[in-house]
Design a protein around this ligand. Sequence first.
Ligand code: UDP
Length: 244
Amino acid sequence: MGGRDATMVLLDENGIRCDGRKVDEPRRIMIKAGGLKNADGSAYIEFGDNKILVGVFGPRDVHPKHMSNTDTGILRVRYHMEPFSVGERKNPAPSRREIEISKVIKEALEPAVMLDKFPRTAVDVFIEVLQADGGTRCAALTAASVALADAGIPMRDMVAAIAAGKVADTVILDVNNEEDQAGQADMPIGYMPNLEKITLLQLDGVLTPDEYKKCVQVGVDGCKIVYDLQKKALQEKYFGDGGD
Ligand code: UDP
């Protein structure tokens, strides 16, 4: 963040971004529910050039037993980036960033999942980032919600996620890797559209109070677009159509 590449034109005089998008235009999003036969639920997402696979297992017994909770089920999330998912090979050992993203995705999913229905059990969510291009936590959270629904885990709502941000003093939707590196702010948002509740909100960068409010609004509106695609992916798998 903060203009590391001063030569890059992030927004041209016609309001077009470095990858040809308009300010309020998300990248191409493709979501597929299912696909992994050994998982209880799964999903695959392409979010621009991000490619992410999610497998869900459970509710199942917790080992070691003392980790279980007699009052409720527990949710465990592992976000993992393949070493080949980024330009410069990533060390396969879990990084601080992967531990942080696992934690924020878990906390963003918890309000959606009815864990109280499965005391003493665990639901495990494994996220594999095959290719990364900025915004993997939002893409992963979106796919994880679909995989949980595909596993038949009772949920209050699905969490849809996308980032808003700021480049060239302008609020934009869906920050790509270049915009994340050279732009002014990146605000990943997770939102449950039916319940109208935000479950993830992070901010890297500096915004004025008005820009902050605009980013939240743009992000929430973007989540509604993502939500429709999540529902379509599930409808395609279970009813053989996209619900149109
Ligand atoms: N990235 C990278 N190498 C790494 C980690 C991240 O090249 O070891 C890139 C990757 O494209 C990622 C982007 O940096 O999507 C932004 O990372 P950030 O930590 O902001 O999380 P994200 O935007 O993916 O949720």
